[in-house]
Design a protein around this ligand. Structure first.
Ligand code: NI
Length: 180
């Protein structure tokens, strides 16, 4: 996987300076490979609760622990109109089909681009109570899960996006954009 660097246009830097608890590009934390969660401690529950709040406040549809500065393999998948799902140590067991869709990222605010992802995936992991889970995801939830699992390996959507499709856009309205 070839990692790509982007230049943040001067007029978009204000969004990167916003103090919303989300680690922003080009913080090196976003490029580190995260470690598996070994034990579900009270600190892990606190981390999950913190992430749920930060994600909601930022109007995100997904979040990975490295995005709040914690290099652990823990993601949240929260497609619109669905209850957020927390997956610890996620592993993609199966992938099938193909979809190309628009993505953004809370760590790279106001940048968007088209990314090719599998259409269906089977994700395995454990939930916040330590129970093994297996999720069959299709469409948007599959896209979000793949985006978040990438974060655990230090991979960002800019690395996978069709380069010519990347564009910067100011928020048009509050709560309008979906961010992963
Ligand atoms: Ni992201």
């Amino acid at each position: 996987m070839k990692l790509r660097d982007i230049e943040i246009p001067a007029e978009f830097r204000i969004y990167f300076e916003r103090d919303d608890g989300i680690v922003k590009y080009p913080d090196p934390l976003l490029r580190k490979v995260a470690k598996p969660v070994q034990r579900i401690t009270p600190e892990i529950h606190e981390l999950i609760d913190y992430m749920l709040v930060a994600m909601k406040r930022a109007n995100g549809v997904g979040l990975a622990a490295p995005q709040v500065g914690v290099p652990l393999r823990l993601i949240i998948i929260a497609p619109e109109d669905q209850a957020p799902r927390v997956v610890l140590n996620p592993q993609v067991l199966e992938r099938a089909g193909e979809q190309t869709g628009l993505e953004g990222c809370l760590s790279i605010p106001q940048l968007f681009g088209y990314v090719k992802r599998p259409k269906h995936i089977v994700l395995r992991g454990i939930n916040r109570h330590g129970k093994p889970i297996r999720l069959t995801l299709e469409g948007d939830p599959a896209r979000i899960a793949m985006h978040e699992v990438d974060h655990l390996d230090g991979v960002l959507f800019i690395d996978r996006a069709v380069p010519e499709s990347l564009y910067w856009e100011h928020p048009r309205r509050e709560n309008e954009e979906e961010n992963l």
